[in-house]
Structure formats: structure tokens, C-alpha cells
Ligand binder design. Structure first.
Ligand code: FEO
Length: 396
């Protein structure tokens, strides 16, 4: 008989990673592409007296979590389960874990308790509400709870293991990547972390700054997030988050376009080349083949955005309308926008683009709207607008 050993990693003395790898997941929230899959990280902290599981796993992986805890002799013996965040990819396994661990209580924020009732029908007698600064003694190991709301739901909190200086921040500092145990083992991990920040945390940058402020003075030896590998050297990810949550931008422009008969594309080419000649870093995305996570990643530090698309049925091409709406809701720190468009017999795309971006803090520097294919004169206007954007982007 073959006995299957499940992957369990001791990341600090008495602290085990018992999470799962979802190599095949390609989409999150029916929206966000996950080209490298993801993990749902769950951690077992073993004190002399108490056993605590920090976060569970996505529904469908409960059996794997159970097998891992059985392998290290902890299934059925849990005293507590910490719910840092109520989203089902971390809390969806709670009913299963509570059923198999009859004395376990869930430690969570007051808002978390309300959500756990609604989402998972957790009974009151299985939940213990904790407040900011509360701690629990496990026997030689102390867990302290740090409320960090809106990272990225209202109930979120961090858990800090004092003796081992391990921070469990759930989604904050995460990355959608299924490989590796530690961040330094994964090539380009910071690129994935940046995309993840752009998709999930950028709309909550202010809460992110507040969350980081709460960590000031805390000795952090390791960051163990709920997605992706752990940071045994926390400095790179902390430094990146300081910059990203502060909305620091560079002389960079992200161009998103859709084209039907290459008229809009001809303008994009001139605009991008002019920007690059002016020394501006440019990323160009054809919306028919580009993934949203890469665009979100580039928008984390772009100072300019260009939306380019033809008029279709009196408005923006639907792919560009979707992109404009996404830009509006993820709230990138960009300062300047330009719209490029073309139409056959009646416009409408530019007006709609400006309406969507209007409520943002992004300043519209101008638009070029062309009937049919751009003439030499039209392309000169495109070039002039690109130079104007280059100047503003470099001086801002
Ligand atoms: Fe990974 Fe907000 O859940």
C-alpha cells in the first residue's frame, strides 16, 4: 500500500504551513486572471497548551487540509481557529474544520462574526470576538490581534505571533502564485505581488497606509500571507507596499486600446513612439489579448493612462468601456489621461470615456477623435498630444 505524504512545512519552531496549492485556478472573482495559480495558506501554531489554526482553505480543499493536520497529529485537537478575513477562499473551510474539531472556537473581529454568521451560518457559541490589541496565550506562544479594516473587506485583521515575530496578514502582502514556499525562491515574485496589489489592494490604499502604520515598531521576522509564498526577508515586500500604498508613480504611461480597422491602432503607434522618444516608459495593451492583472500591475505606478478605442454603436468599444470602468474602480494613482478614438459616421466614444473617468482624480489632458483613418494632420495632433503628456508626466 502506498501511503501518500502531504506537504507540510515547519516555517518556525512549532509553526507549520498546512495550506494548499491550487495550481490550476485561472480566474478569481470571475474577473482576475491567475496565470500561475494560487495558494490558500493555512498555518498551525502549536503552543504548549493550545493548538491554533490560522485561516482555513478554499471550499473543495478541506479534505487536503484535514489530511495535513492528521499527518502531524492535530486534527480533532484544535482549540481555536483564527479567521483573519471572511472571504470564502480563507474562511469557507470553517464549517468543516469546526465539525471535525469539536472544542475549537473561531477568533474573529466583531464585523467578522456578523459575516461568518451570514456566509457560513456559524453559531454564536463557536465564535469569540477579539478586539484590536487583544492577545491569547497558547503556552510559550502568544498571538496578538491587530484590526486592519478594509484590507480588503471591512472585517479584516492581522495576527502576530510575538515570540517568533511572524505576521499573518491574510490577503495583505499576498501574491497569486502556486509555487515555492518562500518568496526568494520564486522568480519575479514581486511582479506577481504588484499585480495582486493593483487588483485587490489599490482601491484601499488609504487603509493600506493605516495598516502599515499599525505595524510600525513591530519586530517582523517573517510575513506569512494567505496567498503565495512567505517572506522570510520582509524588507522587500514592506518597502514595495510603502511605495504602492503611497501612490508613488514614475514617468510611465499605460496604454490600453481596442481597434477594429486599425485607425485607432495607427494613433496608438504614433502616441507610444512619441512618448518613448521623449524618454517615457510605455506599456501597451491590446485589450483583445491582454489580461487584466498585468494592466492592473502597470497601473500601480503609472503616471499616465491612455484609453484608445473606436466608437461602436454610439459609444466606446465594449472592451474599452470595461477597461475604463475597471480603471475607475481600482483607483490607480495616475495623474493624467488621454483618449484616442476614431469613428465611421458619428462619434460618441470620447464623450463616454470622459464621462466614465470624470469622477476620478485623473486630469484629462486631451483627446483626438478622427473620422475614418487618421490623416497626416490627425497624426500630427496625436504626436503633439503625446509630447504634452510626456512633458506633464516627466515634470509632475
Ligand atoms: Fe484571498 Fe479576500 O480573499
Amino acid at each position: 500500500m502506498v501511503i501518500r505524504m502531504h506537504e507540510v512545512r515547519e516555517i518556525a519552531l512549532g509553526v507549520h504551513w498546512v495550506g494548499v496549492r491550487d495550481w490550476d485556478r485561472r480566474l478569481f472573482d470571475s474577473l482576475i486572471p491567475l496565470p500561475a495559480g494560487t495558494t490558500y495558506n493555512s498555518y498551525l501554531v502549536s503552543g504548549r497548551d493550545k493548538l491554533v489554526l490560522i485561516d482555513t482553505v478554499n471550499p473543495g480543499f478541506e479534505g487536503e487540509l484535514k489530511a495535513k493536520l492528521e499527518q502531524i497529529g492535530s486534527w480533532g485537537k484544535l482549540d481555536y481557529v483564527v479567521m483573519n478575513h471572511a472571504e470564502p477562499d480563507h474562511a469557507g473551510g470553517l464549517p468543516f474544520v469546526l465539525e471535525g474539531n469539536p472544542r475549537a472556537k473561531v477568533l474573529l473581529t466583531a464585523k467578522g462574526a456578523k459575516m461568518a454568521k451570514v456566509l457560513f451560518a456559524l453559531p454564536d457559541d463557536r465564535m469569540t470576538v477579539v478586539k484590536d490589541g487583544d492577545s491569547i496565550d497558547l503556552g510559550g506562544k502568544t498571538l496578538r490581534f491587530i484590526e486592519a479594516p478594509f484590507l480588503h473587506w471591512p472585517e479584516t485583521m492581522f495576527t502576530y505571533l510575538e515570540e517568533d515575530q511572524v505576521l499573518f496578514p491574510c490577503d495583505f502582502f499576498g501574491a497569486h502564485h502556486a509555487a515555492g514556499v518562500f518568496a526568494d525562491e520564486v522568480e519575479d515574485l514581486l511582479v506577481y505581488a504588484k499585480k495582486y496589489f493593483g487588483e485587490i489592494m489599490m482601491p484601499f490604499s488609504k487603509s493600506g497606509r493605516q495598516g502599515l502604520a499599525k505595524l510600525e515598531g513591530l519586530k517582523i521576522g517573517m510575513i506569512a500571507p494567505s496567498h503565495g509564498p512567505m517572506h522570510r526577508d520582509p524588507k522587500p515586500i514592506l518597502s514595495a507596499y510603502m511605495s504602492w500604498t503611497a501612490g508613488e508613480t514614475t514617468a510611465k504611461v499605460t496604454i490600453c486600446y481596442a481597434t477594429m480597422w486599425q485607425a485607432t491602432k495607427a494613433m496608438v503607434d504614433v502616441f507610444a513612439q512619441t512618448l518613448m522618444q521623449e524618454g517615457v516608459y510605455v506599456s501597451v495593451y491590446d485589450l483583445t489579448v491582454s489580461d487584466l492583472s498585468s494592466i492592473a500591475g502597470d497601473l500601480v505606478d503609472s503616471k499616465g493612462i491612455v484609453l484608445a478605442a473606436p466608437t461602436v454603436l454610439g459609444g466606446l468599444h465594449p472592451l474599452a468601456l470595461h477597461a475604463a470602468n475597471v480603471v475607475k474602480v481600482i483607483r490607480p494613482p495616475a495623474k493624467f489621461a488621454v483618449v484616442l478614438s476614431s469613428y465611421g459616421w458619428g462619434g460618441g466614444a470620447v464623450k463616454q470615456a470622459l464621462e466614465v473617468l470624470g469622477p476620478t482624480k485623473i486630469e484629462a489632458l486631451g483627446a483626438v477623435d478622427v473620422n475614418g483613418y487618421p490623416t497626416k494632420e490627425d497624426l500630427k495632433k496625436v504626436e503633439d498630444l503625446a509630447r504634452k503628456m510626456a512633458q506633464r508626466v516627466k515634470e509632475a
